[in-house]
Design a protein around this ligand. Sequence first.
Ligand code: NAD
Length: 291
Amino acid sequence: MMNNLLKGKKGIIFGALNPDSIAWKVAVRAHEEGATVTLSNTPVAIRMGETNKLGEQINAEVIGADATNVEDLENLIKKSMEVLGGKIDFILHSIGMSPNVRKGRHYSDLDYNYLDKTLDVSAVSFHKVLQVARKMDAINEWGSVVALSYVAAQRSFFGYNDMADAKALLESIARSFGYIYGRERNVRVNTISQSPTITTAGNGVKGFDRLLDFAERMSPLGNATGDECADYCITLFSDLTKKVTMQNLFHDGGFSNMGMSLRALEQYEKGLDKICACDNDKPHADEHRYD
Ligand SMILES: NC(=O)c1ccc[n+]([C@@H]2O[C@H](COP(=O)([O-])OP(=O)(O)OC[C@H]3O[C@@H](n4cnc5c(N)ncnc54)[C@H](O)[C@@H]3O)[C@@H](O)[C@H]2O)c1
């Protein structure tokens, strides 16, 4: 449904790798709602992925930037203002990556160089985007900056690994920077905590198909899809949410406030006759039965 909610607005969208990417869906919806945007991703993702195809589809310039690199971000923001013809109204940070997850490192056996990378890519990059944008005075008054998070920032989730720590930091940055940017320039900063969604990053999480099924059974409204997440992002970029800032907003069909649902319980009961490995003796320190 098109409502011209972003008519005349200018945005930067990070993280559209392929049509499954949440950022891809946000870019398409932003275009439909009347915004003009630039798209950004790492040079390697642009080469290997389909960001350029999206650029052609919505007539958006694609500008390469590693979001952990301040110079790249300065260049991206400068070029975006040139291409779009002025200051930016909204930014989507839709970036996540954990080398520990990729390499199968267990949370009790993290590689700390990888952890630094996880935190830099998935959380500190959000601070860098905000800091560079503020120093360049690149965001219009009442602009809106959104990053995507996950409920593992608040609760422990099997297999989410060091990404949980990255999401906790990401949400904290939204609060800390949201205060500064709000006071100074009326710019709002929020995170959206999204349901599990089938994407390249999502599929990297251990046991993802079962997590998706569990969340679906637990959520009274069912899992929120990537398209629905895009709709939610549009509302936060629009002028209809001008006083929403420093929030972590759950977009998860109600999952985050559930304890147990009938649908999940019934499924659990079906498997009660099977003995789970967790019932056996305590594992040794080097076994990762509870990962
Ligand atoms: N898929 C899910 O289940 C889910 C749920 C909640 C939150 N999220 C979050 O949504 C966001 C988008 O992920 P997605 O699920 O659409 O997957 P995705 O794999 O499509 O997107 C992740 C993007 O991050 C980009 N990226 C990685 N390193 C980068 C860097 N150094 N600089 C710039 N970009 C970089 C990748 O190229 C990719 O485009 C992530 O923050 C993710 O944690 C995803």
